[in-house]
Design a protein around this ligand. Structure first.
Ligand code: 4UW
Length: 535
């Protein structure tokens, strides 16, 4: 009672494999196109250089790198490998090679600062880093052994490329491990506090990729050409482009970094038909491209942050030949939780993020009473599925606050279901701020603000922004020195965090509103801000 079960069914041939010793890399490789002809199918195309990699080459480079990491570098099962790179043709090879030897993948935004990276290196227990050459300087202070991705002029640093070329794919080790073991540690702030390591197992990934493969099969066509600008360090990009789409033999055009004009060019040049995207890109397409030829486009997905009903409707008016669907997911659920399979339904319900994927159950919990709610009533979304993370790394308290004793993951999102099992995300109860789909943890910015000698107290809240979704705004209580300005505070934070985390607005206040238990009353600040901005 009070439980919503997925109304979708995986076909007989698409069940989630349960063999205990199956690992994610073997699973993905077993799904590659097999016959000689299929092996020449293109897996990846670099949008800038037009360099291509076939499935046969991808398999070969994964095996070679696995052999090189094992025999050459000495990486073993459970060793943590930190990948710091923008999207590149090598990224999927690195992920799959690391996973295939039972090592643990951890990833970060290459825009992160040296101190943010040092924290993650320490927290994850990184043994080896693999870095794009231009980011290596950020890893130097950590003292962690580092491989660069591509060859440089520096003769001392070994590159992944050289390791692949110099290793024998037949020497790839056969490491045995269980589905229940850790595959990756991705970072998310969850419902509260600073970034935490989300432990995702091989089982979590095998489950999500089975679902992704199934949704791709039922909603796309075999010859779809996908465009990738979603970063692979984030679960959305990792699940789709680092691992999942290889299970349907897709061709992926890869952009090293997002640029709107370059995206339009890539769509035209490579006849892109399918784009997993984020709301600011959908908005961009609505606003900016009147004469561009986007006739090849067939399917666009929006996820990672809310897409307004109005923008969805305008997109459909402007591009009536494109199917637009929303999906919803979390790092803690290893990717997608809901999606629209039927496009007619997505079109009729532009505010919904779709139906629960197969194998998911959910509850909608009244925030006041803790009781489960029926359809159309708003409450916190709790979910259960084989994709739900094992725990937060080294943080029992945060784990217990997020996954309860019955295995329900408390998402911190406010939602309701309609009578057809379509899910609507209406607000975020958790602290998390999303800027262009990227996570910003208020607690992290508050700690930095409090380190300023002239700041007594601080709170960071989201402010709605048409382009970026949300921007972080700081409320600051100044020590008696009132010459501290908004600009000085913005600069102080900007010097210490990745650009997407910058505080972009500052309000001065006499006291931060707090509950009796000392918790910041964020909603009160958000309402107060909305009121003053609307004046
Ligand atoms: N509407 C409103 C949405 C939506 C949303 C997410 O950074 P994380 O932890 O994770 C993500 C993952 C997104 C994702 C992964 C795989 C996939 O297939 C897919 O479908 C398109 C999406 O964003 O942030 C999780 C938080 O982001 C918000 C929500 O608050 C959630 O808890 N969020 N998607 N469609 N809000």
């Amino acid at each position: 009672r009070g439980i919503y079960h997925s109304l979708l069914q995986l076909g007989e041939h698409n069940q989630i494999p349960t063999r205990p010793d199956l690992d994610i890399a073997s699973f993905v490789l077993s799904q590659f196109p097999h016959s000689d002809h299929a092996g020449s199918r293109v897996a990846l195309i670099d949008s800038v250089t037009s360099r291509q990699i076939t499935y046969a080459q991808l398999r070969q480079s994964i095996k070679s790198l696995a052999a090189g990491l094992y025999h050459g570098v000495g990486i073993r099962k459970d060793d943590v490998v930190f990948v710091l790179s923008p999207n590149s043709l090598l990224y999927p090879t690195i992920c799959l090679a690391v996973l295939s030897i039972g090592a643990v993948l951890t990833t970060a935004n290459p825009l992160n600062t040296a101190s943010e990276i040092a924290k993650q290196v320490l927290d994850s227990g990184t043994k080896l880093a693999i870095s794009a050459p231009e980011e290596v300087h950020k890893l130097v202070p950590t003292g962690v052994p580092t491989l660069i991705t591509t060859r440089s002029t520096d003769e001392n640093s070994l590159s992944v490329e050289e390791l692949i070329e110099g290793s024998d794919p037949l020497q790839a080790p056969k490491v045995q491990f269980l589905q229940t073991e850790t595959a990756a540690v991705l970072y998310s702030s969850g419902t509260t506090g600073v970034s935490k390591g989300v432990i995702l197992t091989h089982e979590n990934f095998i489950s999500i990729l089975t679902l992704l493969k199934w949704t791709a099969q039922v909603t796309s066509s075999e010859d779809d050409v996908y465009l990738c600008f979603i970063p692979m360090f984030h679960i959305y990009g990792l699940a789709f482009f680092g691992l999942g789409l290889f299970c349907v033999g897709a061709t992926i055009v890869l952009m090293p970094k997002f640029d709107f004009q370059a995206m339009l060019d890539a769509i035209k040049m490579h006849q892109v038909s399918n784009i997993p995207a984020v709301p600011p890109v959908i908005l961009g397409l609505v606003k900016y491209t009147s004469n561009r030829d986007l006739s090849s486009l067939r399917r666009v997905t929006s996820g990672a942050a809310p897409l307004s009903k109005e923008v969805a409707e305008k997109f459909r008016e402007k591009y009536p030949w494109v199917e637009l669907r929303q999906g919803y997911g979390l790092t803690e659920s290893c990717g997608a939780t809901s999606f629209f399979v039927l496009h007619d339904q997505a079109k009729a319900l532009p505010g919904s993020v779709g139906q629960l994927l197969p194998s998911f159950s959910a509850k909608v919990i009244d925030v006041e009473t803790g009781l489960p709610l029926p359809t159309y009533r708003e409450g916190e979304l709790w979910i259960k599925s084989p994709t739900v993370m094992k725990s937060y790394l080294g943080n029992d308290e945060a784990t217990a606050a997020t996954i309860d004793s019955e295995g329900w993951l408390h998402t911190g999102d406010l939602c309701y279901f309609d009578q057809d099992g379509c899910l609507y995300i209406v607000d975020r109860i958790k602290e998390l701020i999303k800027h262009n789909g990227y996570q910003v943890a208020p607690a992290e910015l508050e700690a930095l603000l409090l380190s300023h000698p002239k700041i007594l107290d601080a709170a960071v809240i989201p402010v709605e922004d048409e382009e970026a979704g949300q921007i972080p705004m700081a409320y600051v209580v100044r020590a008696n020195d009132f010459d501290l300005t908004e600009d000085q505070i913005i600069q102080f934070i900007a010097g210490q965090v990745a650009p997407y985390k910058k505080v972009r607005k500052v309000g001065f206040i006499n006291a931060i509103p707090r509950s009796a238990a000392g918790k910041i009353l964020r909603k009160q600040l958000v309402n107060q801000t909305q009121l003053s901005l609307s004046k």
